[in-house]
Write a protein that binds this ligand. Structure first.
Ligand code: VGL
Ligand code: ZN
Length: 228
């Protein structure tokens, strides 16, 4: 009898260890990146109902929300560089190539807040990135956020990533997720980018790195759920 119980417990433990654990990472669904915002990504508001549906109709072991969170004097803001043109790239004193953006997502401003209809739960892990495109590292990979640590704490093996901008922060977060060893999915219909060309280039790059492109219906449909 005890042996049977022991066997049962062992099997349960093995099943637990081998089962994939999934996290949803919602990247920067903040007012400044949405229509009407200072760095608006066209149709970015369309991702909101997709995420709201995904969080209700698919299984997630953990949900993360990343939030671009800049100081007013941020080095990426065009207004902090005399004579610089928006969307151009300038070389900083330390040699870093820095793209010039309109001021956006300044800490504690309306523009930095999440879209009002985006469901954000207390249990969601919030991840504020001050100086980077990626949810994991800064752009020079000099410092790491808590995202990797938090995913490891939850034994997450698979990450599903979407949000804005697909060709900037979503891409960068996916690249680092693969590098860190996660099975990585980019959710195409839950993501919007700055231009068609750079979105196409971003998706091609992600696929070449081993990221799988999915749509929300692939994740929700019960028939596909076990195959992913
Ligand atoms: C982003 C440009 C500058 C993004 C953040 O969330 O994609 N893009 N900062
Ligand atoms: Zn930013």
């Amino acid at each position: 009898m005890n042996l049977v119980v022991l066997l049962g417990v062992t099997l349960l433990l093995l099943a637990h260890l081998s089962s994939a654990k999934r996290a949803l990472i919602i990247v920067d669904v903040q007012n400044d990146f949405l229509p009407g915002g200072s760095l608006a990504v066209s149709e970015a508001d369309k991702v909101v109902p997709v995420f709201n549906k995904l969080r209700k109709e698919a299984h997630w072991d953990k949900i993360f929300q990343t939030q671009d969170w800049h100081v007013e004097k941020h080095v990426s803001f065009v207004n902090n560089h005399e004579g610089a043109e928006v969307f151009s790239t300038v070389k900083l004193e330390d040699g870093t190539e820095q793209r010039m953006w309109p001021a956006h997502c300044v800490q504690n401003t309306k523009g930095a807040e999440f879209h009002p209809d985006l469901i954000v739960e207390e249990t969601d892990e919030k991840n504020q990135t001050v100086d980077s495109y990626s949810g994991f590292f800064d752009n020079n990979k000099a410092s790491q956020t808590e995202l990797h640590e938090k995913l490891q704490e939850e034994n997450i093996t698979e990450v599903y990533i979407g949000g804005v901008a697909l060709d900037v922060c979503v891409m960068s977060t996916c690249v680092h997720a693969v590098e860190l060893g996660y099975k990585t999915y980019v959710i195409e219909d839950a993501s919007k980018g700055l231009s068609k060309e750079s979105v196409d280039a971003a998706l091609a790059k992600l696929v070449s790195l081993g990221v799988t492109v999915v749509n929300s219906s692939d994740i929700i449909m019960p028939s596909n759920k076990d195959e992913l």
